[in-house]
Design a protein around this ligand. Structure first.
Ligand code: NI
Length: 190
């Protein structure tokens, strides 16, 4: 049970692809997951990927009751996702504010697929396949980017969608993407 240091944007290690977990049921994997949960919760994350704490394996955790960084998100049960894969169930994308523990003080409007199906293993090696939308679909796509070495600013459609968190937190609290910014996003995404 340890809160670990979170790597920040600019650390070249965040841009590498992580490798799949081969051994399930190991004490090392259980410890990694414990540390990820502790680190995520200590920093009010909604999810965290192993590379963010310097472990380059395809492991993700997510979950929260209520989150001050994403006040409009409905609760997500604590979930461990190992060797996660996902696919979009339609072409439809949703634009919403996103942030990241590796990019503190920054938010951006990021398009993500509305509806996805994902498959992952748990700590014991049991595989599940789930369909998701809303906050869970967004978190899955964001965290899966981490294990592929991608940070959310790389998904920005227009650099004007990148903002200092304190300037846009009022939008995030109300669940609003300002119409003028959204229009830029839609045009660029066509
Ligand atoms: Ni992140």
């Amino acid at each position: 049970m340890t809160v670990r240091n979170v790597l920040k944007m600019g650390d070249a290690r965040l841009y590498q692809k992580s490798v799949p977990v081969a051994d399930f049921n190991s004490p090392e994997l259980a410890e990694l997951i414990d540390d990820m949960l502790d680190t995520m919760q200590a920093r009010d994350g909604v999810g965290i990927a192993a590379p963010q704490i310097g472990v380059f394996q395809r492991v993700i955790v997510m979950g929260f009751e209520k989150n001050p960084r994403y006040p409009t998100f409905k609760p997500v049960p604590l979930t461990t996702l190992i060797n996660l894969q996902w696919e979009a169930l339609s072409d439809e994308k949703v634009f919403a504010w996103e942030g990241c523990l590796s990019v503190p003080g920054v938010r951006a409007i990021i398009p993500r697929y509305r509806k996805i199906r994902y498959s992952a293993y748990d700590l014991k090696g049991n595989k599940t396949t789930v369909e998701a939308e809303g906050a869970i679909a967004r978190i899955i796509q964001h965290e899966c980017d981490h294990i592929d070495g991608i940070l959310f600013p790389q998904r920005v459609i227009d650099i004007r969608h990148l903002a200092v968190e304190s300037e846009v937190m009022h939008y995030i609290e109300e669940g609003i993407v300002p119409e003028n910014l959204l229009q830029i996003a839609k045009k660029k995404n066509d």
